[in-house]
Each structure stands twice: as C-alpha cells, then as structure tokens.
Design a protein around this ligand. Structure first.
Ligand code: COA
Length: 346
C-alpha cells in the first residue's frame, strides 16, 4: 500500500480494523446551495402551456422554479454548491476524501458527475462516484457518506446532489413541466465526536416504475430516427396517493431508529415534490406544531435529489432552526425508491 492509498481516516499496520474503529460517528458539518439565476414564474409557463398560476399554486404550492442556463450544468452547479459547503465548514478541499454525487439528470453518464465535480473543485486523489436513487438520492448518498466514515475509509465526504431536470422534462408536458426545476445542494459530512446522522430506513418497489421515470432508453433514442426524448414522465395522482399512504410509516421508522420521538424533532425536511403532498404527509405523521416543515418547493420547484439539501440550506439562511437540532429527512421518487433518516442540522 502506498502512502497515497492510505485513506486520511485510515491507519497503517496489520489490523484491518479494531471494533470501535468501525463505528466512527459522522455529522453534516455544513451545507451549500446553488440556485440558477433564471427564475420561471407560473405566468411564464401559462403562456406556452394549457395551465394557470391558480391551478399550479392550488395543486402544487409552486410559484416559481429555476431554469439553468447552458453554462449551468450538473457539474458546475454541483461544484458551486460544494464550494459553498466547504467555505461554510471552514475546510479546504484538501480535507475531502471522497465525492459522492446524487443525480438522475446527468446526461454525460461516464465519467461520473462526481469525478468531474472533484476535478472542478481541484480535489486531488479523492474517491468519486455517483449514486442513482432519483429523488431519494441525497438520503442514499448521505448514508453512504456516513458508512464510509463509520468504517474508517474517509474522514470527510462531500455529498453533492445536483440536477438539471430541464434536460429530462418535455417542455410540452404540463403534468411535469410545471413541477420540475434545476439546482444543486451539497453537504460536507465529517467524522464527529457524537452521531449526527441516524440509521436510514429505506425501500424500493420496481413494480411502480411506470408511475414515475424515464419513458425511453438512450439506446432507443439513438436507434429511432425522429425520436424525441427520452423524457421523465409521471402519473402524478398515483404517485401522490402512494406517497401519502406509504411514506409516513417509513418516516416514523427513521425517527424510531434514531432513538427519538416526533416531539424531539425541530424540523421535517421531506423531498420538495409538491407542497400539498408535503402537508398531507406531515398531517398523517401527526407532527407536533413546533416542528418546522420545509417549504423550499414554493419558489424553487422540485429539484429531485437536490431538493432536500436546498431546503436545509434555506432553513439555515432563514435561521429557522438551531444548529444541532434534530431534523427528519424523507426522500422518495422515481422507480420507486425511498429513504429516511434523522440528522442533527449543521
Ligand atoms: N395545469 C392545468 N391543468 C392540469 C395540469 C396543469 N399543469 N396538469 C394536469 N391538469 C389537469 C388534468 O388533466 C386533470 O384534468 P381533467 O379533470 O379534465 O381530467 C385535472 O387537471 C386534475 O389533474 P390531476 O392529475 O388529477 O391533478 P392532481 O390534483 O393529482 O395534481 C399533480 C397533479 C401532478 C400536481 C399531483 O398529482 C402531484 O403532485 N403528484 C405527485 C407528484 C410528485 O410527487 N412528483 C415527484 C416525482 S419524484
């Protein structure tokens, strides 16, 4: 093993691991957000689509979403959010051992978005790979980061959730075009004296692939002259009913796994899919009145994997919840795949 291949969190010697070394606690040290400059209000969409501001606000709570410019890519937006997270944590990029990118809209596919984000950051000799879990991507990547640190493979992991959903959305499809949006959120996860990221409860159900997901493969697009897409399609009402009936129990299990009660929570940060759905889940959970419910979706729209770290960033900017307070994160989406965990807010 060369000096370079010894992870910053690892040790030399013959032991692979001693018991306690396998459970180094981790915490989100800081978050960063990147929101594209161009906002798209409901009124703008209603000029090209058969929709209205009143319909969108009533059914989704969304008033505005973001549209990335050509230079705002999954990689550049993700790197910008990561730089902000590093600055907020007071760490240099040299502290980073691994970059884990959560994205469903990186059309480059290989090399991974994470490798390109690491290059953009100037991160040398870091691990880098992507996680594909659609709108639950941040939850999954965060648990990967927690596990890398717990197992001694890394001391600091950059979790970067970045989405350019405008590349996957059919601009003529009013059932998706009014909802999805572009942006990136990042979290610097580091070894910490006490646990700040609880165990994840998760699941998936591939029989619901047709309810939300890409309609065609890239190979189909390549082989079919005149083919438009592939596009992300969604049977919204079915997804809505599934989410509000299934997700409260998943969220409750995550609170239980963290050894907490709902009354201990300070914030609930679910995937920012639709405000009506968020409120229905919060209601079915029976959240106490003091728990702040994230509403970033209202003027950011649904940014898939990026939506949870963007929502955490806004809570921080608004000083809505104290640092160290417990927050329940719940992600769910295409496929379907879902996951939840309780964190201590940075
Ligand atoms: N503007 C105006 N009317 C629209 C519309 C739009 N953007 N989209 C659909 N409609 C119409 C429908 O065609 C339907 O018309 P009809 O009654 O004449 O048939 C009517 O509005 C009601 O549509 P419906 O789809 O039943 O509305 P809804 O109340 O279920 O809201 C969603 C639609 C998509 C907002 C909602 O189902 C939803 O948010 N689902 C979950 C989405 C989600 O979680 N996405 C995350 C994916 S990761």
């Amino acid at each position: 093993m060369t000096a370079e291949s010894v992870p910053k969190g690892g040790t030399r010697g013959s032991r692979i691991a001693a018991g306690p070394r396998l459970a180094i606690p981790a915490r989100i040290l800081a978050v960063g957000a990147y929101r594209p400059g161009r906002g798209v209000a409901n009124a703008e969409l209603s000029r090209t689509l058969d929709t209205s501001d009143a319909w969108i606000v009533k059914r989704t709570g969304i008033r505005r979403r973001c549209a990335a410019s050509p230079g705002e890519t999954v990689v550049t937006m993700g790197a910008a959010a990561a730089e902000k997270a590093l600055a907020a944590a007071g760490r240099s990029v040299d502290a980073v051992d691994c970059v884990v990118a959560a994205t469903m809209s990186y059309t480059g596919q290989s090399p991974s978005a994470a490798v390109q984000i690491a290059r953009e950051l100037g991160a040398k000799r870091v691990g880098a790979f992507d996680v594909s879990a659609a709108c639950a991507g941040f939850n999954y990547a965060l648990d990967v980061a927690r596990s890398l640190i717990a197992g001694g493979s890394a001391r600091h992991v950059l979790v970067v959730a970045s989405e350019r959903m405008s590349d996957l959305i059919d601009p003529g499809d009013r059932t998706t075009a009014v909802i999805f949006s572009d942006g990136a959120g990042a979290a610097l996860v580091g070894a910490y004296g006490e646990p700040g990221i609880g165990p994840m409860t998760w699941g998936s159900d591939g029989s619901l692939a047709g309810v939300a997901g890409q309609d065609l493969t890239w190979a189909h697009f390549r082989d079919t002259p005149g083919c438009r897409g592939p596009y992300f399609r969604m049977r919204g009402p079915e997804l809505y009913r599934w989410a509000i009936s299934e997700m409260p129990a998943v969220a409750l299990r995550a609170v239980d796994a963290a050894g907490l009660d709902l009354a201990d929570l300070a914030a609930f940060v679910p995937h920012q899919a639709n405000l009506r759905m968020i409120e229905a889940i919060a209601d079915r959970l029976g959240l106490p009145g003091h728990v702040v419910v994230a509403r970033d979706v209202e003027d950011q729209g649904n940014t898939s994997a990026a939506s949870i770290p963007l929502a955490i960033s806004r809570l921080k900017e608004e000083c809505a919840v104290a640092s160290g307070a417990p927050a329940l994160l719940l992600g769910f989406g295409a496929g379907v795949a879902y996951g939840a965990q309780v964190i201590r807010l940075p």
